[in-house]
Design a protein around this ligand. Structure first.
Ligand code: BGC
Length: 741
């Protein structure tokens, strides 16, 4: 225990009638009252750790630094912490942050993959394992979950997202927060979560990173803010502002979002951190003229801690003295930061236990990572029941992703070791030594354009009963600043697939990628397609378990797969427009040569690519078949506050056991603003033995029907609602009910 702080706690402790929260507030107020302005501003300053230096030690000792990011050596972390705790005047511990996005050592599928599981329990477990591994080396804080609704596969960061749907992202985001933080931040294996990027970052123009967004107020409320609100209510300790400007206002200077929404409406009491230099980037945005003004705007807007750019440290003292930033603004920011340090128990336990046995790669963690990878894989095609494969046949294993230990981990894996990755080839060798296979990578990596080894791949396929072709994206092709205008399979991978298919052998295409790729033109050359968003450490074993039928695919798409990049944005929960396209809309070839300006039905669609995606949101096949029937409501109408029960029967009518993600969609037919054609309102993973049927039940209340309407108030509006239950967002089983006044 830090001695200087002990007295403060003692004073707080004697107020025995106080609640825990009061104790916390008292302790923080006491500490604040002893801090100089410079020490307060020091707490608002986060630096990137760039190796040890006397200058850094000196600044920590002087109380000029509240947080460091990217210290991962626990011995060095403890040394720096010791300076803060024992050598600085007030002994306030550092909070050490790191991007622990989908695992620390044991890597889980990228968040987009985890979202495909539609399973909050496995998502929570993944975050729990990541937190335990990270905290064991002295990391207190992760910059996750990323809750940016992502409807543009060109954007590299779609990989880090939980997909296109606000409900799914809300449920899974809250689960991640819970996994990182547990019920109490004081748990010695907890780390503080940071929900990011607040807000709208996924809607950047043209899918280009850092770009401007133009999200109007209703859409902001009904889509983009929702997962954040859910995560804040789940207790997320911190929030990170985003890089984009929305309608001209950069998030790091957005008072409305940071004060009115986050604090006043949502009662958030943790702290807000900027993104990397996003405060001083307001100069490039044309929103601040220099670092000093940027610091003034951001601090007054309610941004508590500055990541790396140093404008707070440099200019806030002067801005306060000049009356441009009030003491109250500073005190509030520091209070928020100290509160999270306090809740994390850093004043009592500032150090990592370097003697403890390693928490990394525990057998149970690897098993959970494998299960997560299994549940995240999506079966997109399975012609003639090619899958599952017979282990007795001879397999040609082809492609650059079959043995790419680094690539299968995906983006944001600073701390993983590729040597720990079980690639499909490694998994085949260790788990299935009896299987006869020939491996021909044919390409050295996904972008490789050298076709000289195609003939070997061809020969391997010819000698085998089936070819399994592993294609996709290297991990560096998605993630921050890795956007693409063309999202076809990169390089000559499509040619490789065609080459293999031309042997006449059955072909299984296994994709590992960071985004939904445009694979329509590849589908005819694959009899079966198993899509994996980069699956992590245990990708190999998970994939073979699925291919050999030891596990049955159950993943569902958390994003719409477009046929052509030009269809973007295309998402299931769009508005209907005044001219929705019919199923058979006019196409390019319907137009006579030299046609006059004439009506082709004049509906909302493309003449060349129509209106439909390649695969809809929520889609995913199984080795068995699920049949839905008997959709029933507890009442034809409900009043506000009354629950409505929705039931449907789901039957496994195939020959193998399986798990189905049963999805509930609702449409508010008429609203004070136009409402989406349907919205996901519930989902449930249901396991069914072959031949088994179960009744699945969902309960909705009027609150689940609420939205921000014309009067800018969140409420449910009376009227008719359509309801669908099924296995994807095109589920046909439909009924209706009415919400009466
Ligand atoms: C990213 C954040 C990340 C931060 C710290 C930024 O470039 O946008 O998501 O948490 O760096 O590494």
């Amino acid at each position: 225990m830090n001695i200087k702080y002990l007295s403060i706690l003692f004073i707080a402790g004697v107020i025995t009638a106080c609640t825990h929260k009061n104790t916390e507030d008292t302790a923080i107020d006491q500490l604040l009252s002893r801090m100089t302005l410079e020490e307060k501003i020091g707490q608002m300053n986060q630096l990137n750790y760039e190796g040890n230096s006397q200058e850094l030690d000196k600044r920590i000792k002087a109380g000029e630094i509240g947080s460091l990011l990217n210290v991962v050596d626990p011995v060095e972390g403890n040394r720096l912490q010791k300076i803060a705790v024992e050598e600085s005047r007030l002994g306030i511990p550092l909070i050490i942050g790191r991007d622990v996005i989908h695992g620390f050592k044991t890597i889980f599928p990228i968040p987009l993959g985890q979202a495909a599981s539609f399973n909050p329990q496995i998502v929570e477990k993944g975050a729990r394992i990541a937190a335990t591994e990270a905290r064991s080396v002295g990391i207190h804080w992760t910059f996750a979950p990323m809750l940016d609704i992502s409807r543009d596969a060109r954007w590299g960061r779609i990989a880090e997202s939980l997909g296109e749907d606000p409900y799914l992202a809300s449920v899974l985001g809250a689960a991640m927060v819970k996994g990182f933080q547990t019920d109490s931040l004081s748990n010695p294996t907890a780390i503080a979560a940071c929900v990011k990027h607040f807000v709208g970052y996924g809607a950047g123009e043209g899918g280009r990173d850092y770009n401007s967004t133009n999200i109007p107020p209703h859409l902001m409320r009904n889509v983009y803010l929702r997962p954040f609100e859910s995560a804040i209510h789940a207790g997320a300790a911190t929030v990170m502002t985003s890089f984009n400007d929305n309608d001209g206002v950069p998030s790091s200077g957005n008072t409305y979002l940071l004060r009115n929404v986050l604090r006043d409406e949502w009662k958030f009491d943790g702290f807000v951190v900027s993104d990397w230099a996003s405060i001083t980037e307001m100069i490039a945005h044309g929103f601040a003229q220099d670092d000093k003004q940027a610091a003034e705007i951001a601090s007054n807007a309610g941004l508590d801690m500055e990541m790396v750019s140093g404008a707070y440290a440099k200019y806030l003292p002067e801005l306060v003295r000049d009356g441009k930033v009030s003491d109250k603004v500073i005190d509030e920011a520091v209070r928020h930061i100290l509160r999270i340090k306090y809740r994390l128990g850093l004043f009592d336990h500032p150090y990592a236990d370097t003697q403890a046995p390693s928490a990394s790669y525990a057998e149970e963690s690897l098993a959970t990572a494998k299960e997560a990878a299994i549940q995240s894989a999506i079966l997109l095609k399975n012609a003639n029941h090619l899958l599952p494969l017979n282990k007795n046949g001879k397999i040609a294993v082809i492609g650059p992703m079959a043995d790419a230990p680094h690539e299968q981990l995906g983006t944001w894996v600073f701390d993983s070791e590729k040597e720990r990755s079980l690639t499909p080839i490694k998994a085949l060798q260790t788990m299935y030594p009896e299987v006869k296979y020939r491996y021909e990578p044919a390409l050295a990596y996904s972008r490789d354009s050298n076709k000289s080894a195609f003939s070997k791949a061809r020969a391997a396929a010819q000698q085998s009963d089936v070819a399994v072709v592993f294609l996709g994206e290297e991990s560096i092709l998605s993630g921050e600043a890795h956007c693409l205008a063309n999202i076809d399979l990169v390089g000559v991978q499509s040619d490789l697939l065609r080459e293999v298919k031309s042997t006449g052998k059955p072909v299984v295409l296994v994709i590992m990628a960071g985004r939904p790729l445009t694979i329509e033109k590849d589908l005819p050359y694959a009899d079966a397609v198993l899509y994996n968003f980069h699956p992590g450490t245990m990708g190999g074993p998970a994939i073979w378990d699925l291919l050999f039928g030891n596990a049955n695919p159950s993943g569902k798409l958390p994003v719409t797969f477009v046929r052509h990049v030009g269809q973007i944005p295309l998402y299931y929960n769009h508005n209907n427009t005044g001219r929705p396209a019919p199923d058979r809309a006019a196409s390019l070839n319907d137009i006579p040569v030299e046609a006059e300006q004439t009506s082709l039905g004049n509906t909302s669609h493309y003449l060349d690519y129509g209106k439909n995606p390649l695969f809809p949101f929520g889609y995913g096949l199984s080795y068995t078949t699920f049949e839905y029937s008997n959709l029933q409501l507890s009442a034809p109408s409900i009043q506000e506050g009354e629950p409505l029960t929705i039931q449907a029967t789901v039957a496994n009518i195939g020959n193998v056991d399986g798990t189905e993600v049963v999805q509930l969609y609702v449409q508010d037919v008429v609203g004070s603003i136009a409402r989406p054609v349907k919205e996901l309102k519930g989902f449930s993973r249901v396991s069914l033995k072959a031949g088994e049927a179960k009744v699945v039940e969902f309960t909705l209340t009027s609150d689940d029907l609420a939205f921000w309407g014309r009067d800018r108030v969140r409420k449910a509006e009376p009227g008719d609602f359509n309801v669908w239950v099924g296995g994807d967002s095109n589920a046909p089983l439909k009924t209706t009910f009415t919400l009466v006044e």
